[in-house]
Each structure stands twice: as C-alpha cells, then as structure tokens.
Design a protein around this ligand. Sequence first.
Ligand code: HEM
Ligand code: FES
Length: 779
Amino acid sequence: VSLTAPSAPEDRCPLSHAAPQAGTAPNGCPVSPQAAEFDPFENAYQLDPAEALRWSRDQEPVFYSPKLGYWVVSRYADVKAIFRDNRIFSPSIALEKITPVSQAAQDTLKRYGYAMHRTLVNEDEPAHMERRRALMKSFELEELAHHEPMVRRLTRAYLDRLIDQGEADLVDEMLWEIPLTVALHFLGVPEEDMDTLREYSIAHTVNTWGRPSPEEQVAVADSVGRFWQYAGKVLEKMRQDPSGHGWMKYAIRRQRELPEVVTDSYLHSMMMAGIVAAHETTAHASANMLRLLLESREVWEDVCANPSLIPNAVEECLRLSGSVAAWRRIATADAWIGDTFIPKGAKLLIVSASANHDERHFENPDVLDIYRDNTTDHLTFGYGSHQCMGKNLARMEMRIFLEEFTRRLPHMELAPDQTFTFVPNTSFRGPEHLWVRWDPSRNPERHDASLLERERHFPLGAPNRQDAEREVRVTEVIAEAEDVVRLVLEDPRGRPLPRWSPGAHIDVLIGDYVRKYSLCGDPNDEHRLQVAVRRESPGRGGSRHIHDSIKAGMPLRMRGPRNHFRLDERADRYLLIAGGIGITPIIAMADRLKALGRDYAIHYCGRSRQSMALLSRLVRDHGERLQLYPASEGRRLDLPTLVAGHGNALIYACGPGRLLDQLAELTRTYPGALHVEHFTATAEALDPRREHTFEVVLEDSELTVPVAADQTVLQALRAVGVDVPSDCEEGLCGTCEVAVVDGDVDHRDRVLTDAERADNRRMMTCCSRARSGRLVLGL
Ligand code: HEM
Ligand code: FES
C-alpha cells in the first residue's frame, strides 16, 4: 500500500477497459463482470468465502463491488498492509450496520436510553491506543491464567450433561453458551447477574453484518435496549467492590487513575462490546474447528492420540476456517492498494478468510496441515494495533474444548447427511448447528474413570512449534557403515509425510533426549524420510539407544522437518565439504545441485572408508565430482588450498566443530561464501547481573514493551500477547526473527552472517538484545 501514485490511475488500471462493462467503480475504472456479480450474501461466499474469491486472488485482488458498495481486498499481503496502517485505513466503520437501521428499531433503542459509544475496535488514534494501553493488562498471559480453571470447569460441566446422550447439536448444547459465560466471567460480572445478561444476549452477527428483516431489527433493538439498561445496573454494582480479576473491574480501577481515558460512557459501552467481541467469534470458531477436524478423520485421530498437537490444530483451524471472514476499514485519504487506486472515503471489505488461503503466503493453502510452520501468520485475529486483544482467551477456550472432546469422545463423528447453514452476513462465519453422534457404551471413561481427572496445560499464547510431535514408524534399519545406521521412517498409516528441502533436519525424541538428524533421502519421495545416525561417544544417550534398541516396525517420535541450512540455489559454483556423519545434509544438497545442472564438488573426509556413510550412493551418483579423504589411507583434506582456490563458489560445510571453525577462519575475507549448520549455541544462559534493561517499541502494534535484565525479548513480547513463533530458543534456527526498524542490536545468534548483522535489519528475539536503551521493531 502506498500513497504515492506510480502514475495516473487510468494508466495503471489492472482491468481491460474493453471488457464488458457492468458499471463504473468510484475510481473511474469499469467494473469487471465477476466484480459486478459478487454478492457476499449469496450462498457461494457464505459456504466458503475463500473459494468464492479465488478468482479475485488470481486476477483482480482489489475490486469494487457495486452490490455491496465496498472495495473488496482478497490477497494476504494487501489485507495485512491495510490492517497495519490504521491511519490511512481507519477502522471507524468496523461495527457500522451493513444494512441501515430501520426507524422503528432506532425508536426502540431510544426508549431504552441506548447510548453505545465507540469501543476499541472502531476507534481512531490517538484515543484508541491510549485506551488500549490503559486496559491491556487483563489480557496479558499472567492475568489470563486466572481464568483457565473456570473455562475447564464450564467445559466439563456441559460435556457431563451430554456425554451419555449419544447425539447432540454441539452449537445449541454447548458451543454457543460457554463462550458467552466465559465472556461474562472475564468481564467480572457477578454470578447472580449472569442469567439475566445471558437472556438479553442476542445474535449480533445478523444485526451488524447481515440483512435483518424489519421485525428482526426491532426484536434485536429490544434486547439490546434491555441489555444496555441492565448493564448499567451491573456496572454500578461492580463499582461498589471493583477488586478481583474481571476486565470491567480492572477498568473501573483504571478510571480512578485515568478518568479522561476510561470515561463513564466508555465503561458502559465496554460491557456490551466485550461480549460482542468475545461471544460469537469464539462460538463460531469452535464449531468450525470441530466440524473441520471431524471431516478430516485422520487428523482428528492424530489429535486424539497425541494431545501435544492441540495448540497447532486450533491455530490451523483458525486459519483454514476462522470465524471472522472479513473485516472493514475506510480510506481516510486517496491511496493505492497494489496497482489499484482507491479514492478517499472508499469503504473496504478486507477478506481475511481469502488472505488465509493465499498461496502467495501459505503453501498448499487449502490443505489442513496441523504441522504447518507459519500457521500463526493467519489474519483471523486481524493484525497491528487493533489486533484482537482476546485472542489468547479464545485460543485457551478452543484448546480446552478440543482437549476434553478428544479425550472423552474420541469416537464422536459428524451426523451423516447434514446440511450446514450459515447466517447470511459478510463477516462472521460458523454453522448454525453441528450435529454429532457417538455410541455412549464406547465412552472410554466408562472403563477408565481416571481419564476424567486428566488435563493438559498448554502454555498460553501462540502455539509453540516445539509442541507438535509426530509419530512415525521405522520401516527399515540399515547398517550403513561402521557405527552408522540408516533409518527409513514412514507414516504409520502410509500417508504422505511433509515435503522438505536439502539441508533440512528432523528432531528425534527418545525419552528425555532430543537429537537433530539431517535428512539424507530423496526429497521427492513423499512417503519416506531417511536419516543416518552415528553411534556417539558414551554419555550421549540418544544415538546409543537408536543403535541398540530400534528395530524395524517400531514407532518413533519426531518433530519437523525444518531447515536451518538452506541451499541458496542461485549461485553458479558450489563447494560441498563434509566431515564424518556431516555428509547427510551434503548428499541431499549434491543431489539437488546435480538435478539443477550446477557446477559443484564434494570433499568428504572420514576415519576410513568403512566408517564413511553413504559412500556407494555418492560414488554412483556423484563419482566424478567426489573427492574422498579417508584418514586411514593417509589422505588429508588441505583446507587452506581448497578455500584459496574456491573462486566465487558458495561453500556448504557440515562436520566436526574444528573443521567448521577452521573454515570460518579461512573464509573471513569472503563474506557470504560460507554456510554451515550449527547444532550448538554460542549464546550463554542469560545472566541478569551482566545484562541491562531496555525497551522495544513495536511499530505496527504501537506498543512499548520493557525488557527486564532477566528476560529475553521473545519472553517480553509473549507476556503482553504479541505472537512471535519460536523453535530452538537458542539462536540457532531463525524462527523467532523479526524486522529491526531502528536501534543497535547486540546479536547473539548463530543464524545471521556478519554482513547481515552489520546490516542491522533483522534480529533473533530469543537471544539477541539491545546495545543501548531502545529498539524499534517491525511488529
Ligand atoms: C478485535 C477476531 C475472540 C476481544 C478483534 C478483531 C478481530 C477479532 C478480527 C479486529 C482486529 C483488527 O481490527 O485488527 C476475533 C476472533 C475471536 C475473537 C476470530 C475468536 C476466535 C475474542 C475474545 C475477546 C476479544 C474472546 C475477549 C474479550 C477483542 C477486543 C478487540 C478485538 C477487545 C478490539 C481490539 C482493538 O481494537 O484494539 N477480534 N476475536 N476477541 N477482539 Fe477479538
Ligand atoms: Fe530459534 Fe530464536 S527460536 S533462533
């Protein structure tokens, strides 16, 4: 998105002006036939908004919809850029009624003295951030933790009620009510007032984002009016004793310190707004999630067997089938979105459901992949300074629902032949009913009551990639060389395994040990992963166990694959250097370079030919390019000569630390030439006595976060609810990277090269810190 026009709008119009015209957009361009036909209240969009906008993502990512009177934005990068810039793209219309409110409904509201004010979600700056900052604390992880037992208790109570029924409409019997009750608890509403407030709770979806009939409008106005009046009374009651954890109570306490930021009228509005924000969003998201998982039976069964997958499964369901399909902004100035000129005053429907299916950002976007690396990038919670404050409460609820269901009703299935219906509207999406059935005599708790006591505590916040473990089966154990075995791993049900690229590794979990092994098979073989494992010196338990105990047919737990050692395929020449078992990533790289037709040479050292793994394959496939240095034959690799003659080749090396250290020394004068993978961190454990405190300023979220001396930047960001994915948390993998806008970074990772460090545009938040008092980050 930019404000400077690359040229006059007419010159850059993406459409052919000769196309059949069905009207003209407000920027003067003709409206394409598809744009003219687009109607979000019709079935196609209701059933699957992402699919209904596939044509737009492909051909016309920003278009004017005459039927809606909005510009529709469908690609990931554009939707995110609009969320990021809340000054040019103001959220002030976020809650505007898409269908104008009838006079009768307005009169009804007036009778109740209804005076709902702007709430956070549709407030402009600077008022919005002042208020958001003042009220944020209740959403921080430490505070949210207080609500977890309540969510657990409610979920169990509702499940107890239906566990012996054998069938249920989960929306009616559970998913609609729990998020509402959780919202009331979260706000701090006294128990005795909950039933009354629940009675007044109405479907806001249809009223705000749909096409309510005149009768519906009056009925809704009536409930809203009653709610408003009662909320005022409850608020007065809370003022008597505002101690405790509720968000309203906190706001009442904050009002004493900041009366001009947290005003009386805002407090009254907040109760209603809080419920709207928390209720239907979470109810729909939970129903979408259970439907999606039950439709993908194998994934459901994986989650039942391995609850560590739950946080990632929840996140992937939020991406693939979120409950907020689209959000709204209004242009406060002329602007460009990509190649499309948008006039000041234009209303935008930014379709996060479409962005979440954009193949430009998510690989195989239509597939439910609970091991996906970048799921957390989804835009279902919005992004930037207005990003959903309650996202971690919603995640917590959805995780607890999924955990209780998969543990207590793993045999549950969708009732057959059911047609899902949706309330027609632009923004919120979830089935009105979700019928499931099961055989109560097979309920596992009837045979094992201890199951009822079990529960898992997932760390609050964005899912941690380390949580997602996968079980594979060892199908072959092959003696590869002296003290080296090669394992072939397959999915236990013969399903495809994730794709990987040369340099990737997997984490193998054995008891308490985690060992990284580079993949050395064929990346195109989607059913088999292969690793070669050398028996390590005594004391390193993992490899000994693999050598002594692993047999074909046994299960193995693993995570990944991930790649921290990517092959840059753009060079003309490559030098591949391997020491010992370091040959595993190198052979995968050599295979790839051969397929690409690049110039490469492999230099492989080892104790003796008998101890050097993968030799026959290397000789067969790379014979002419292979140089072997078995020490037992007196052949030694002369690294200084090799490096001196490397020309402009990129060097990829894997092997013992001293080989890599020597290479680093020799290539000091060739910045960017050497690529190695580190398996050990250089960063030491954080010693608060030697660190200073500093602050990080988040440009997109407009927050300033203090980082204490005993805290990493990553921990500080997480504590206030900012999502930054992480993996190794030792500065090795690059997962926690964020963009640096300003400030000097004290880099402590092993991911960035010297040149990248000097460039100062990226940092690893799990270990690197500020040199001085302040860093500005692109978050
Ligand atoms: C804002 C989605 C649950 C509280 C938002 C926004 C979206 C959203 C799209 C606007 C973001 C933007 O403009 O960038 C969702 C979804 C939920 C959910 C999909 C469930 C799966 C909750 C819960 C609460 C909550 C449980 C708890 C109270 C809020 C608040 C805002 C907000 C206070 C306004 C933030 C601001 O404008 O500064 N949410 N939400 N949400 N949400 Fe949620
Ligand atoms: Fe791996 Fe930070 S999480 S480098």
